[in-house]
Ligand binder design. Structure first.
Ligand code: IMP
Length: 434
């Protein structure tokens, strides 16, 4: 039985939540392997809307176990808000397990995230201000507080006290912010801890056992390839590794356990936050794509920057993730355009043209897109119920991506509704499609 990774192939917001939700119908275990409440997906189920940031959408499927892995950072108050919302709407969270090795986002992380961005001014990263970077920084510095510290009230208080010694200095002296009071924080953390304890588990063992028992496991990444800390457009990246290989470390299974890597990309590109973006649209089509695609952040409400499809970036994503099959979402958003530019290469400052993603930041910052323009289909896709019913130009658009990237496009999204996904090729994780 397969372990399948779902990974964002662009700068996040590719529609992974919807695809994960679709594949989760056939999964026994759904795991998040990195990131924290900087992610967000909205799932519409039987007319009800669920906004999830940390809990995998698999939670909405009765009988599916959900895991928040060691590679994640967890905001305890936020995760409890999500648990409460699910429970009050009749959705059980009994099958949710949280790794004791995941790190906690503490109030100082959120405060420092915002303060550092303010200090950076024009050079800011444009973070979600959820404390992600500072929490991962403390993890790497071995100063972090982990989920398993919630299991012992004495240890928890001690760790908070040690951390506050330094963090309050930083808050007061560097960021000119009020200090955090130990007693108040320790008491509120103890309340959160008491509620979170039942969810703490050895999730590496849980996933290993599930795989040994032949269960289907989905490993869901947050954000996207170009936001990867090591391989993305540093420093305009997140502080974890969204790429597929991180699913193994983030959960605690070996890389040999992963059978399939499904990359999810929009039929165009969006980016939130700062940083270079070669195919960003200049002119009125920008607002057109943004409005048609409802391109506003789920977590922050920010306007997303919009661009034409970038095959250089996608070729890179195929490479660094080992993508075995691509899902192209939101094809319907392009339905009113007469012509569709697709970036097939970058023109670089030294006068050369490259089909591979630049290895160095200066080349990427100055890269200019080389477009091939494909005809649009100028017809709605609402009534399309199978891939063969797509207008010829829409089929061509999808086939163009397949030809240039040399991998199959297995699924195509044609609308917000869960049913509006056309299956072109089988996936190990989607057995009903043949
Ligand atoms: P952070 O992850 O909050 O530190 O933000 C770092 C960068 O990643 C910023 O450009 C954010 O806009 C971006 N980012 C973080 N999470 C997401 C996401 O879920 N979708 C898209 N961009 C994200």
């Amino acid at each position: 039985m397969p372990a399948t990774v779902i990974v964002g192939a662009q700068w996040g917001d590719e529609g992974k939540g919807k695809i994960a939700d679709l594949l989760a119908q056939h999964a026994d275990v759904v795991c998040r392997y990195q990131g924290g409440p900087n992610a967000g997906h909205t799932i519409v189920r039987d007319g009800e809307t669920f906004a999830l940031h940390q809990i995998p959408s698999g939670i909405l499927h009765p009988g599916t176990s959900c895991v928040i892995g060691a590679g994640c950072v967890l905001d305890p108050a936020q995760v409890l808000r999500e648990i409460d919302e699910l429970e009050t709407r009749g959705i059980s969270t009994r099958d949710l397990s949280i790794s004791g090795n995941a790190h906690l986002i503490m109030p100082w992380h959120v405060a420092i995230d915002a303060a550092s961005e303010r200090r950076l001014g024009k050079l800011q990263i444009g973070t979600t201000r959820r404390g992600i970077g500072p929490a991962y920084a403390d993890k790497a510095s071995r100063l972090g507080i982990r989920v398993q510290d919630l299991l012992d009230a004495k240890i928890l208080r001690q760790k908070i006290e040690i951390a506050l010694d330094e963090k309050n200095l930083l808050l007061e002296r560097v960021h000119e912010m009020p200090p955090i009071e130990l007693g108040e924080l320790a008491a509120s953390m103890e309340d959160l801890a008491a509620r979170l304890r039942p969810y703490v588990a050895d999730t590496s063992l849980l996933v290993d056992r599930a795989l040994r028992q032949g269960k289907r496991v989905l490993l869901e990444g947050a954000q996207g390839t170009l936001l990867d800390l090591d391989h993305g457009t540093y420093p305009f990246v997140t502080s974890s590794n969204p790429i597929a290989a991180a699913a193994a470390t983030g959960i605690g299974i070996g890389p040999t356990r992963i059978d399939e890597v499904v990359g999810v990309a929009k039929a165009y590109v969006t980016r939130v936050g700062e940083g270079p973006f070669p195919t960003e649209i200049d002119g009125p089509d920008h607002a057109r794509v943004r409005e048609l695609g409802h391109e506003y952040g789920t977590t922050t409400g920010r306007e997303r920057r919009c661009g034409w499809l970038d095959l250089v970036g996608l070729r890179f994503a195929v490479r660094v993730n080992g993508i075995t099959s691509l899902v192209l979402t939101k094809l319907d958003v392009l339905s009113t355009f007469a012509e569709l530019p697709v970036c097939v290469a970058y023109s670089l400052p030294d006068g050369t043209t490259a089909e591979e993603f630049p290895a160095h930041q200066s080349d990427f910052h100055h890269a200019r897109p080389v477009y091939e323009t494909l005809p649009g289909w100028e017809a709605p896709l609402d009534a399309v119920s199978g891939p063969d019913e797509l207008p010829a130009a829409a089929r061509r658009y999808v086939e163009f991506v397949e030809e240039r990237l040399e991998i199959p496009v297995s699924l195509v999204g044609t609308g917000a509704d869960r049913a509006r996904v056309l299956a072109r090729h089988a996936l190990a994780a989607l057995p009903l499609v043949a």
